[in-house]
Design a protein around this ligand. Structure first.
Ligand code: ATP
Length: 151
């Protein structure tokens, strides 16, 4: 069994009031977050920043402290069965401009409920669910003027 590790990001933009999440349509036909293989010698965060830029053209991201979610799945590739683990970080951006690479067929900025409907896999939906609860909690504590240590 082949093992692969990828890293990705739940990217959101709340600069116009509502919170929008960025999803990509993969060539294989599924909707997911930007992500890709962690290269030799690269940290998870370095891989996230590189993959987000390569896949979306977005350079300006701010990683949100305290969020890190890992999912696992298996699939069959031409080289055989692959067991994959993907670690997701949470990232804020102020831009809606996306420049896709050849790896993807489309993208969408969607509000939470729509993004939940659009995501193909349940594992990705769970990551989004946790991210949204996390961000709601963060917003509440900012509104209430609490200073919270997130880690
Ligand atoms: P990466 O973006 O990490 O470089 P990739 O584009 O090569 O990866 P994946 O997105 O991992 O490939 O997709 C490989 C296969 O796994 C596809 O058949 C896809 O449908 C399936 N797959 C992708 N995400 C999931 C998931 N969360 N759960 C189950 N199967 C998935």
């Amino acid at each position: 069994m082949l093992e692969r590790r990828s890293a990705g990001a739940v990217i959101f933009n709340d600069s116009i009031g509502d919170r929008y999440y960025l999803l990509l349509l993969y060539s294989a036909g599924h909707w997911d977050f930007p992500k890709g293989g962690i290269e030799e010698g690269e940290t998870e965060v370095e891989a996230v920043v590189r993959e987000v830029y390569e896949e979306t053209g977005i350079r300006e991201i701010e990683l949100i402290d305290g969020f890190r979610q890992t999912i696992q799945y298996s699939y069959k590739s031409q080289q055989g069965e692959v067991r994959k683990s993907v670690v997701f970080y949470l990232a804020k951006t102020g831009t809606f401009d996306v420049r896709l690479s050849h790896e993807h067929k489309g993208y969408a900025w969607l509000k939470y409920e729509d993004a939940m409907d659009q995501l193909t896999y349940n594992t990705a939906k769970s990551v989004l669910r946790v991210a949204n609860v996390f961000l709601n909690g963060l917003r509440r504590s900012i509104q209430e003027g609490q200073v919270r240590t997130l880690r």
